[in-house]
Design a binder for this molecule. Structure first.
Ligand code: NA7
Length: 556
C-alpha cells in the first residue's frame, strides 16, 4: 500500500479543507478562517459559488422558505444592506446573494472552483486528511469540513435507451447556464416533486406540447410569492434579532407560532378555517403551522390531506386528471410538501397531458420519445426530456466523495446499513471530519442557513477548545454514536414520515438503506443538546483517543 502522504505529490497544506461553496461552505470558510484563525481551502466542483443555487437554474427554481428567513443571520450589516426583491426569492437572486457574501467577506481567495474531490483519506500517522482532487493534486489538512449539502447529489437516471434519444435531455439539477428555449417543442417532464412542480408551469407556457410523467402525485400548495413591500422590509430589518431568535426557538427554524396540538380536538369548521387561513398565507404555513398531530396521527393527517385534495379538484378542470393529481398513497407532509404557483392550472391547458406511470410505466426511451407499457401504453414523440428525479439526499454527497477514515475504513461501509453519526456532525472512526447539516442532524427539517450557522458555530467552539489544549484529533466514541442513532430512531418512532417512500428515508434511491436521514427532535431541543455536550467538556468525544469528559455522550 502506498503512503497516502507522499511528500513529493503534496501541493498544499492547510489547517482545514472545506468541501463546497454554498451556504455551509461559505460560512464555514468565514468562521474558521476569520474567527478561529485557521488556514482554510474551500473546494467546489461548480464553476461559481452558490452550491445548489449554482446548479438548480431551471425556470421557476425558487426557495420554499421566505428569504428574510432563508438567509444568514450572523452579520447584522449583511442583513441590513441586502434587499430581497421578492418574498420567496428565485434562484438568480439567491445566487446573487451568495456571490455578494463571498465578495463581502473576501472569501473567494480561498475557494477553488471547478475542482471535484475524488478521495479523502485519514492518515493516522500524521493526524491529517489527504484530499485528492480531479485536478490530480492533493491538499493535506488537519480538519475535513463537509459543506457538501443535503440535496446536491442528483439521482442518476436509469431509463433503458436514454442514450439513444435523439432530442435534448435536461436535468433540473444541472440546468444549462444559457437557459433553454422550448418554443415549438414537444417536451416531457419526468418527476413531480418540488423541482418538477416548479418547472412544469413554465414549460407548459412555452412548449408546443408538454407531457408530464407522474409516478406519485404530490400535495402541492400555493407559495403565494410576491414583491417585497417596502414597509414589510423596513419592519423585518428593524426586527431581525427578534425574528432570528424566534426562528431558533421554533421546531423548523421559522418564526411561526406554536402549532395547536390536535386537528382532532376542534370542529370540522374550525379545522377548515385554520387550513384555509394557512393556505392563504402560503409557504410552509399549512404544513408546519397548523396542527402538530398531522405529523403523528393518520386520522388528523387525513383531514389536511382531504382539504388539499378538494383544492386540487377545484383547480383542475378535467375530473379524471384531477383525480390522478390527488395523492392517496401517502400521508400529507411525509414527503417535503412542494410549493407552487399555477401548477395545477397548467393541466387545464389543451397542450398539457398527464401520464400516470403507475398505470403505464416507462418501458424505455427510444430515439424519438418515451415508450410506456401497460393497458394505456403508448409511444410519446418528443423533442426534449426534462428529468426532475430528485437527489440521493444527505448521505449521497458525503459517500460520493470517497472518504476513508482510520485503518482504511470507508464511510460507505461504515454506513452500509444507514448513517451512523454523533449529533449528525461527526463519525466514529473518522477523526476530524465534520459534516455540516449532516445526516441525523435536524438539517432538512431546520431552516438551512440557521442550521448551518448553528453547526459551524458549535464546530468553531469545539476546534478552539481542542487547539487551546494541543489536541490533534477528535472523534466521537462508538458508544456516543450508537446512543445518538438510538435517540434519532426513538424520536422518529411515532411519526408517519418513516412509512412513506421519499428522499427523507432514502427510499427514493434503489438499493439505499432505509432510514430516516434527519433528526426530527426539532431545532430547540437539538440546540440544547449540542450546547450541553460542549458545556460538559465535549461529552461523547474522544480527544486524541481519550474520552474528553466523563459520561457516555449526549443525553436527552
Ligand atoms: P423529489 O421530491 O425527490 O421528486 C422526484 C420526483 O421524481 C418524484 O416525483 C419521483 O417519483 C420522480 N421519480 C424519481 N425517479 C423516478 C423514476 N425512475 N421514474 C419516474 N419518476 C421518478 O425531488 P425534487 O428535486 O423535486 O425535490 C427535492 C427537494 O429539493 C425538495 O423536496 C425541496 O426541498 C428542494 P416518486 O415520488 O419517487 O414516485
Amino acid at each position: 500500500m502506498t503512503n497516502p502522504v507522499d511528500a513529493a505529490a503534496v501541493e498544499l497544506e492547510r489547517d482545514a479543507v472545506v468541501v463546497g461553496a454554498g451556504f455551509a461552505g461559505l460560512y464555514a470558510l468565514h468562521v474558521l478562517r476569520d474567527r478561529v484563525g485557521l488556514s482554510v481551502q474551500a473546494i467546489d466542483q461548480a464553476g461559481g459559488v452558490g452550491g445548489v443555487w449554482y446548479w438548480n437554474r431551471y425556470p421557476g427554481a425558487r426557495c420554499d422558505i421566505e428569504s428574510c428567513n432563508y438567509s444568514y443571520s450572523f452579520s447584522a450589516e449583511l442583513q441590513q444592506e441586502w434587499q430581497w426583491s421578492e418574498r420567496f426569492a428565485g434562484q438568480p437572486e439567491i445566487l446573487r446573494y451568495l456571490e455578494h457574501v463571498a465578495d463581502r467577506f473576501d472569501l473567494r481567495r480561498d475557494i477553488r472552483l471547478g475542482t471535484r474531490i475524488t478521495s479523502a483519506t485519514w492518515d493516522s500517522g500524521r493526524a491529517r486528511w489527504v484530499v485528492t482532487t480531479d485536478a490530480g493534486d492533493r491538499v493535506i489538512a488537519r480538519y475535513l469540513i463537509s459543506g457538501a449539502g443535503t440535496l446536491s447529489a442528483a439521482k442518476e437516471p436509469a431509463f433503458d435507451g436514454l442514450d439513444s434519444f435523439e432530442g435534448q435531455v435536461y436535468s433540473t439539477a444541472r440546468w444549462p447556464h444559457d437557459g433553454v428555449d422550448f418554443t415549438g417543442k414537444r417536451v416531457a417532464v419526468i418527476g413531480t416533486g418540488a423541482s418538477g412542480i416548479q418547472v412544469i408551469p413554465h414549460i407548459a407556457a412555452q412548449a408546443a406540447h408538454l407531457t408530464v410523467f407522474q409516478r406519485t402525485a404530490n400535495y402541492a400548495t400555493p407559495i403565494h410569492n410576491g414583491p417585497m413591500d417596502p414597509e414589510f422590509t423596513r419592519l423585518i430589518k428593524a426586527g431581525y434579532p427578534g425574528l432570528r431568535g424566534r426562528s431558533r426557538d421554533n421546531f423548523g427554524g421559522l418564526p411561526y407560532d406554536l402549532q395547536a396540538p390536535s386537528a382532532l380536538a376542534v370542529t370540522q369548521d374550525e379545522r377548515r378555517r385554520v387550513y384555509q387561513e394557512r393556505w392563504d398565507q402560503g409557504g410552509f404555513r399549512l404544513s408546519l403551522d397548523s396542527y402538530a398531530d398531522v405529523f403523528f396521527d393518520a386520522t388528523a393527517n387525513a383531514t389536511a390531506a382531504e382539504f388539499i385534495r378538494d383544492k386540487i379538484r377545484e383547480r383542475v378542470t378535467d375530473p379524471a386528471t384531477a383525480e390522478l393529481l390527488c395523492p392517496t398513497d401517502h400521508a400529507y407532509g411525509t414527503k417535503r410538501p412542494p410549493l407552487e404557483t399555477g401548477y395545477y392550472e397548467a393541466y387545464n391547458r389543451e397542450t398539457v397531458d398527464l401520464v400516470d406511470l403507475r398505470a403505464c410505466p416507462i418501458e424505455r426511451i427510444t430515439a424519438t420519445g418515451i415508450r410506456t407499457t401497460g393497458v394505456q401504453g403508448a409511444d410519446h414523440p418528443l423533442d426534449a426530456i426534462v428529468l426532475a428525479l430528485g437527489f440521493d439526499a444527505l448521505t449521497g454527497p458525503l459517500l460520493r466523495m470517497g472518504i476513508q477514515g482510520r485503518d482504511g475504513l470507508s464511510l460507505r461501509s461504515h454506513w452500509s446499513q444507514g448513517p451512523r453519526t454523533y449529533l449528525g456532525l461527526m463519525v466514529h472512526g473518522f477523526p476530524n471530519l465534520f459534516t455540516i447539516t449532516g445526516p441525523q442532524s435536524p438539517s432538512v427539517f431546520y431552516n438551512h442557513p440557521l442550521a448551518v450557522e448553528d453547526h459551524v458555530d458549535w464546530l468553531a467552539g469545539c476546534l478552539s477548545h481542542q487547539r487551546a489544549r494541543g489536541i490533534d484529533s477528535v472523534e466521537p466514541s462508538a458508544e456516543a454514536e450508537h446512543r445518538w442513532g438510538e435517540h434519532t430512531d426513538e424520536v422518529a418512532s411515532g411519526l408517519l414520515l418513516p412509512h412513506t417512500d421519499s428522499w427523507y428515508t432514502g427510499s427514493n434511491v434503489p438499493g439505499k438503506p432505509r432510514a430516516l436521514l434527519a433528526y426530527f427532535g426539532g431545532a430547540p431541543a437539538y440546540r440544547r443538546i449540542c450546547a450541553d455536550v460542549a458545556e460538559r467538556g465535549y461529552q461523547g468525544l474522544l480527544f486524541d483517543g481519550v474520552p474528553a469528559a466523563d459520561g457516555p455522550g449526549a443525553t436527552v
